[in-house]
Design a protein around this ligand. Structure first.
Ligand code: F6R
Ligand code: ZN
Length: 192
């Protein structure tokens, strides 16, 4: 891989970067156990293995000193009352941060520490979000029609720990209640 400086473009409204080394698609079937309403999940899955989110990655060597960058796109939709979201993860090297810049759409970043401190930040176009070291993070799209599109950059040695969230979930859920979008406690947090 070249060590020369490089430029790529992200000319809105087109959200696919001009340089892409890897394209990840996560469908409903990859989100088993993540949504609270298991019956709604099974019903939706039986009809269609919907595309929930995509990531366009710009690859660099996964070593200290490098950054990994890319674009994350969460599509609109709900499973039961819970909005479509990413799986979410801690970084394997826990003490690594991440920066997100919201390009399009509306949503939230749901975050928490291993000690259970929770934080939910709103994302609208122009929001720059700093996820400090040690905070797990999950993007949630709350628009009915529009994708939530974010640019991200993080230390290339970070790695991903998905297992902890798969087991315990996030403490907070983003759902559509009678009065609109609500951030509620996850009754299954750390229980399963
Ligand atoms: C990288 C990062 C983002 C996410 C992306 C998809 O550390 O936080 O690039 O990887 O938003 O989410 P996950 O990885 O949770 O499936
Ligand atoms: Zn991350």
């Amino acid at each position: 891989m070249s060590d020369l400086p490089f430029t790529f473009n992200l000319p809105l409204p087109h959200v696919v970067p001009s340089r892409v080394d890897n394209h990840i698609e996560r469908r409903l079937s990859a989100m088993r156990g993540q949504f609270l309403d298991e019956a709604a999940y099974q019903e939706m899955l039986a009809q269609d293995d919907r595309l929930i989110y995509e990531v366009y990655e710009v690859k660099r060597p996964e070593v200290s000193g490098e950054f990994l960058m890319g674009v994350s796109i969460v599509h609109p939709g709900k499973v039961g009352s819970e909005f479509f979201m990413t799986k979410g993860h801690f970084h394997q090297v826990l003490a690594t941060a991440e920066v997100y810049y919201c390009l399009r759409g509306e949503g939230y970043m749901v975050m928490e520490t291993p000690e259970g401190e929770a934080c939910v930040e709103a994302l609208i176009p122009g929001s720059v979000l700093y996820v400090p070291p040690r905070w797990a993070h999950r993007s949630v799209c709350t628009s009915r029609l529009e994708d939530l599109v974010t640019f991200f950059a993080y230390p290339a040695e970070a790695g991903h720990d998905y297992g902890t969230i798969e087991q315990q979930g996030f403490r907070k859920l983003v759902v559509e209640g009678a009065d609109g979008i609500q951030i509620v406690d996850n009754p299954r947090w750390k229980v399963d």
